[in-house]
Every structure is written in structure tokens, then in C-alpha cells.
Design a protein around this ligand. Structure first.
Ligand SMILES: [Zn+2]
Length: 371
């Protein structure tokens, strides 16, 4: 059975993130400060935390808010002012076909799939795509970052899914993603191709050994699709591909008797009620999710200070419970002392400023655990 236009089939119990809604992501790095791209000319000075640590100094507690799909106008309108208010920068992982109007869906052929088919919506009308391009431009101008959530969102059950793709197939997927970005540039998109430096694969499904060479060939330098038990420092993949891995933490959820869950919106929802729409429980779901985020943050802050990845989609699942939790968390955490809410590329930049031995010291600490 193949679901073509509906929500993604959630195959493997845990990891499924998906973006049913159209959502566009944020744009390039830069925002926090000194970016040397032409687009950033006139940008403010680098933030005060963008420097080498003093001897014995602890790292800032980085929090990486990221939104898969990144195409929802409503959600961009919510996140952009909120982020500005609390001095946060976020990363949007754009589904490339959100830049492709429905009338042109035939221009996308997912690896192993017929042209014009995907597990999520295409871009909608020309007008909707134009609105989305404006949202993305606004996000980039404000210093947010855009990465890739690839295109067709083919997850387990919608075969051949990303988990089975070869390097050749991932290359075709990324070729098309960048093709859509280039095409949108002719319609006003200002997200520079070379500022798209990383991504998250749909449903966290993919054979990294197959994916990594395709990423490297497209100039991507980070991934945030693999998971870790607890909150761990980013690491270069074996040093082979030059790709940083920012792992999505698996943490104990206090409200679920300590059950361990991949800390992403969909996975939390799945663990709460099998990911069934139940707006009557929205406040409860928001509270459980918020408590999980708070506990994970505190665990990292108190121990290894590993950057905390908060992975989400722009979604309104179960009464908006998960978006509400994320926005609330952003509001309270990003203004805290020693805390920096920023983008993946900015954290990579910060890591490169550090003495490698100092970073190794943190890296060898056990991942932070919610107890
Ligand atoms: Zn997704």
C-alpha cells in the first residue's frame, strides 16, 4: 500500500517525524552575527559568545530549535516575532517540494517513485509558494538558518523509502532539492544555495553510509538525524565525510514513568497516545512535552553542556499541543543566563574556535541524562 499524498506512514515505532503541513524552514546561518556573505553585509557584530572559551570556562548551553518542513506561513508568523523577542535563532529544514507549485508536481521524481508523487503535499498554488518564499526570505534576513528536509518524505511503508536508498538515490534527491531552490531563486528566493549546510532526513530514516557521500557532494556539513542516549556533543562522522552529527537525544519522559523517547514532537505524541488527534488533551500533552524539554535542558546544563537539539515540525497536531510546548520552552529558556538559542552552523563555527582538547574534554563526558 502506498500513500501518496497523505501523511507519512510511520514505520518504525520511534523515529517518525513528519511534516504533513506545508512548512518552510529558516534560512541560513549568519544571523547571529558575522557572516561574510554579501547578504550579510551590514550585519551586526558577532555575538559576545562567539569566541574561544577562557581556561576552565564552561561552554554556553546551546539550544538548537529546528523545524522540519518549514513551509507553514502561520507558523513562520508565530516563530519569527517570538524568536526575535527572546533573541533566538532557529533552523528550518525545508521540504524542497514546498517550493514547487502543485501544477508542476511532475517535475519531482522521488528515487524509486513515479514523477509527481510524494508522501507530503507539494507547494500549493503559485500564490502560496510566493508567500512561502517571502517567509523564507524574512527568516534568512533575520539570521535564521535554512537546511534541507529533502523532498518527498518517503518513510517506511512508502517504499522505496529513504531507509533503503543508495548513495545514487540520495544524490538524486539532493540534486532535485537544490534544483527547486535554484528555480525558486528565479522567483525571488534569497536563500543562497551555499548557505544550506545540513539537514534532517524524513522520519530519521536513512542509511548514513549511503547518505553521507551524497551530502558531502552537495557541500553539506552537518546532519541531525541520528539519535543518542541522552544529550551528547556533536561529533564528526569518523572524520571521513567532514560531516558533523548533531544527535537527537533519546530522553526519559518524566510523565511517562521514565519511558525513553526520541525527543521530537512526533515521537512524543506517538508515545503519549499513538499519535492520534485528541485536542481535548492538548494542555496535558503540552505540559508533558514542556517538562521533558525542561528536564533535558537542566540535565545538559548541569553536566556536559552538550548542545540540546529540540526537533519539531511546524504542526498543529492534537490541538497544537506540541507547537505550544516548543514556543513556551523557547520563551523561557532562550533568555536564561549562559544559554544561547542559535543555529547549527553557528554552533559549528563556535566549535571551530575552541581548543580541540577542551572540546574533547566535554565530549568524553557521558551524555547528559534526564533522571
Ligand atoms: Zn518530517
Amino acid at each position: 500500500m502506498r500513500r501518496r499524498w497523505g501523511p507519512i506512514v510511520t514505520g518504525v515505532a520511534l523515529a517518525l517525524t513528519f511534516a504533513v503541513l506545508i512548512g518552510l524552514g529558516t534560512v541560513g546561518p549568519g544571523a547571529d552575527g558575522d557572516d561574510t556573505s554579501p547578504a550579510a553585509q551590514g550585519a551586526p557584530a558577532p555575538p559576545s559568545w562567539m569566541r574561544k572559551l577562557d581556561a576552565g570556562e564552561k561552554p554556553p548551553q546551546f539550544v538548537l530549535f529546528s523545524f522540519d518542513g518549514a513551509g507553514s506561513h502561520d507558523h513562520w508568523r508565530r516563530i519569527l516575532p517570538l524568536a526575535e523577542k527572546v533573541n533566538a535563532h532557529v533552523t528550518g529544514f525545508l521540504s524542497g517540494i514546498y517550493l514547487l507549485p502543485d501544477a508542476r508536481r511532475g517535475e519531482y521524481a522521488g528515487p524509486g517513485h513515479d514523477p509527481g508523487h510524494a508522501a507530503i503535499s507539494f507547494g500549493g498554488s503559485e500564490e502560496e509558494v510566493a508567500t512561502r518564499i517571502a517567509d523564507l526570505n524574512d527568516a534568512v534576513a533575520r539570521g535564521h538558518e535554512i537546511g534541507t528536509h529533502y523532498n518527498g518524505h518517503f518513510c517506511a511503508g512508502n517504499e522505496p523509502s529513504g531507509g533503503r536508498w543508495s548513495t545514487t538515490q540520495w544524490t538524486a534527491e539532493l540534486d532535485q532539492f537544490f534544483g527547486f531552490v535554484r528555480d525558486a531563486a528565479t522567483r525571488g528566493l534569497l536563500v543562497a544555495e551555499d548557505r544550506i549546510k545540513g539537514g534532517r532526513v524524513p522520519c530519521l530514516e536513512g542509511d548514513f553510509e549511503a547518505l553521507a557521500p551524497a551530502m558531502a557532494a552537495h557541500g553539506l556539513t552537518y546532519d541531525t538525524s541520528l539519535t543518542s542516549e541522552g544529550i551528547a556533543w556533536p561529533q564528526l562522522h569518523n572524520g571521513i565525510w567532514g560531516i558533523w552529527e548533531f544527535r537527537v537525544p533519546v530522553v526519559r519522559v518524566p510523565a511517562l514513568a521514565g519511558k525513553k523517547v526520541i525527543m521530537m514532537d512526533y515521537n512524543l505524541w506517538y508515545s503519549l497516545n499513538g499519535a492520534r488527534e485528541d485536542p481535548s488533551r492538548d494542555k496535558e500533552f503540552t505540559a508533558v512535552t514542556l517538562d521533558t524539554y525542561r528536564a533535558a535542558y537542566q540535565a545538559a546544563l548541569n553536566t556536559n553542556r552538550a548542545p540540546l537539539t529540540v526537533g519539531n515540525h511546524f504542526n498543529d497536531w492534537s490541538g497544537g499541543a506540541f507547537s505550544n510546548a516548543t514556543e513556551q520552552f523557547m520563551t523561557e529558556v532562550c533568555v536564561r543566563e549562559h544559554t544561547v538559542c542559535t543555529t547549527y552552523s553557528q554552533v559549528i563555527r563556535w566549535m571551530k574556535l575552541q581548543d580541540p582538547e577542551v572540546l574533547d574534554t566535554f565530549r568524553t563526558m557521558p551524555p547528559a541524562q534526564v533522571t
